[in-house]
Design a protein around this ligand. Structure first.
Ligand SMILES: Nc1ncnc2c1ncn2[C@@H]1O[C@H](COP(=O)(O)OP(=O)(O)OP(=O)(O)O)[C@@H](O)[C@H]1O
Ligand SMILES: [Mg+2]
Length: 338
């Protein structure tokens, strides 16, 4: 890294998480699930990295590893240059001042018996950050920053709309002034009409505070909205990562291309293209063989893809793609390219 380049806020290096095998219904031992399988990437200060992939590909497991809610099987997580995966339990609380998380379902993540103001005050209390009148003032300030009226702070979570509840969750996350926010499907449970509001709020807060976001979603359209770079995950591994505009305009991994083709198109003239292009279930992460993990579903797969793991290769200067035939991936049909 050159002298002028800022140090990444977050670095993942060869991160792996295996869940031990379970006995199947018939008593047969199954291979361990490789939920996160050799993942390496970085997030720069003030940057949003979007992480996209289908259900079960390991996104939330990756988030939990970064949050130190579980320990990795191997590999490392570095925040501001410090190892996170080796922290002692007694050190985890201090670490959580640097990295906070926003969850998909704000109703499940907020205690229904605690009033909004106390929910926002809780992290300040836990981390011993403000007392008495100073704490109350900080809660009002945070509520104001996320667009919640001070008069609403005495209400309970069920008295808010989904979008407002997610604003409470965002205020809680920001209360400790973190450097990094891991947002795991933060708008997926919200009505389409309030999604943009919450995303815009997140963008504004990022600009004000210089936050780094790891923005996780199964929806590549939502990811594209906020992210400077996009990482595409398939069965525990990153198959493509690069600048958002380039990845969305000209995907190089066939999986990324299929994800983009599967995005419903609103334009009436493009209606005929609205088709189900990603067929088949994601195979089990327990059954990853020595092959390209996407080969069974890949329209471009050849013999080689079934016998040789594609290593990530640099393409177009700043893109990494794990595909033997990335150069041959056809461009998106006209009108679909972002
Ligand atoms: N605690 C656990 N024990 C055993 N297996 C687990 C555990 N947590 C996750 N898994 C498995 O790891 C894989 C990845 O799960 P994960 O929740 O990370 O996926 P995801 O990408 O977040 O999916 P979704 O989009 O549905 O939230 C799945 O196969 C899942 O069944
Ligand atoms: Mg998840």
């Amino acid at each position: 890294m050159s002298a002028g380049t800022p140090r990444p806020a977050l670095i993942l290096d060869g991160l792996r998480k295996e869940f031990p095998h379970r006995r199947s219904l018939f008593g047969k031992a199954e291979a361990p699930v490789r939920a996160v399988d050799d993942v390496s990437f970085f997030v720069q200060p003030g940057e949003t990295l979007g992480l996209v992939g289908e259900s079960g590909c390991g996104k939330s497991t990756l988030a939990r590893l970064i949050m130190r809610m579980m320990a990795p099987t191997s590999g490392s997580v570095l925040v501001d240059g410090q190892r996170v995966d080796t922290l002692l339990p007694s050190e985890v609380l201090a670490y959580r001042r640097k990295v906070q998380m926003i969850f998909q379902d704000p109703y499940a993540s907020l205690n229904p018996r605690i009033r909004a103001g106390d929910l926002i005050a809780e992290p300040l209390l836990i981390h011993g950050l403000a007392k008495g009148a100073a704490r109350a003032a900080r809660v009002r300030e945070l509520a104001d920053q996320v667009g919640l009226a001070a008069s609403s702070l005495t209400r309970f979570p069920h008295e808010f709309s989904g979008g407002q509840r997610q604003r409470i969750a965002i205020a809680r996350a920001l209360a400790v002034s973190p450097r990094i926010v891991v947002a795991d499907e933060p708008v997926s449970a919200l009505d389409v009409s309030v999604r943009a509001q919450v995303l815009n709020l997140m963008a504004d807060l990022q600009a004000e505070r210089g936050l780094s976001y790891l923005f996780i979603s199964h929806d590549i359209g939502t990811v594209a909205y906020l992210s400077q770079r996009v990482a595409v995950m398939y069965l525990g591994a990153i198959v493509e990562i690069g600048p958002a505009r380039d990845v969305l305009r000209r995907p190089r991994h066939p999986y990324t291309r299929l994800l983009l083709e599967a995005v419903p198109v609103a334009h009436p003239r493009l209606k005929s293209r609205r088709r189900e292009v990603l067929r088949g279930e994601v195979p089990s992460a327990a059954n990853i063989r020595d092959a390209c993990r996407f080969a069974p579903r890949c329209p471009m797969a050849t013999e080689r893809c079934h016998i040789e793991v594609p290593q990530p290769r640099t393409l177009d200067g700043d893109r990494l793609v794990a595909c033997h035939f990335a150069e041959d991936t056809p461009d998106l049909p006209k009108g679909l390219a972002a």
